[in-house]
Design a protein around this ligand. Structure first.
Ligand SMILES: Nc1nc2c(ncn2[C@@H]2O[C@H](COP(=O)(O)OP(=O)(O)O)[C@@H](O)[C@H]2O)c(=O)[nH]1
Ligand SMILES: [Mg+2]
Length: 216
């Protein structure tokens, strides 16, 4: 297992270096199944596509359903089907990146397999790791899945349009997540109503600008 992870980390470092050199920001989206990763991308892509070339690498256990949703949203996409494995590995991401239909890209999003446990252990070469938690899942999850939160740069509470129906306190989730990882940028958003999407998109654009400023 250790050897597998070491090999993964070597490939991930190579990917990150290559992306940094060509001015591409890589963002890894992590969450349980159904927290709204694809929906967040669908809401963000029209805004990002105005000024940036974006690629999505779509990880899924089975089916290319999410990849087809992203394609309909107008972005370049490569589907990665893990065939039952509960996380993406850097080697799979490297292969998918090699199959990208165009480029160069300013931003590459990696939608990880829906799972808050295994993906946390696998570096995919990303610059930013973002963990999502939706209102129906409960605000007690950061402490239950600390590795996902500890290794993340940003935390998005999703589906806030549903807050009136659930006993979920954004403040409580925020506080608990920040106790685990104080550097986290915290967002509260709804892909359904669009609330909070602008702030999230500005964050991604700012991060992309910092990467693009790196000499090629
Ligand atoms: N009410 C509401 N539903 C959402 C929101 N985002 C996603 N959903 C729904 O939640 C379900 C799972 O979303 P999806 O994006 O597929 O989650 P993923 O598995 O993390 O990619 C779908 O039925 C979405 O329509 C949101 O902001 N508000
Ligand atoms: Mg999805």
């Amino acid at each position: 297992m250790d050897a597998l992870l070491r090999r993964n980390d070597d490939v991930a470092r190579g990917l990150r270096d290559a992306w940094t050199r060509c001015g591409t920001l890589a963002v890894n989206l992590l969450s349980g199944p159904g927290s709204g990763k694809t929906a967040l991308l669908e809401a963000s892509l029209p805004l990002l596509a105005e000024r940036h070339r974006v690629l999505v690498l779509e990880g899924d256990l089975e089916t290319d359903r999410d990849a087809r949703r992203i394609h309909r949203a107008g972005a370049d996409v490569v589907a990665i089907t893990t065939g039952g494995t509960c996380h993406l590995e850097a080697g799979l991401v490297e292969r998918a990146w090699g199959a990208a239909p165009g480029g160069p890209y300013d931003i590459v999003f990696i939608e990880n397999v829906g799972n808050l446990v295994c993906p946390a252990s696998y570096d995919l070469g990303e610059h930013l790791r973002v963990v999502l938690l939706s209102a129906p899942e409960g605000d007690d999850k950061p402490a239950k899945y600390p590795k996902a939160f500890r290794t993340a740069h940003a935390f998005a509470v999703t589906k806030i349009d549903l807050l009136p129906h659930f006993d979920f306190s954004v403040e409580r989730a925020r506080r608990e997540a920040l106790e685990i990882q104080p550097r986290l940028e915290v967002f509260a958003l709804s892909a359904r109503t669009g609330e909070g999407i602008d702030a999230w998109v500005r964050y991604v654009e700012r991060a992309a600008a910092e990467r693009i400023a790196i000499p090629r």
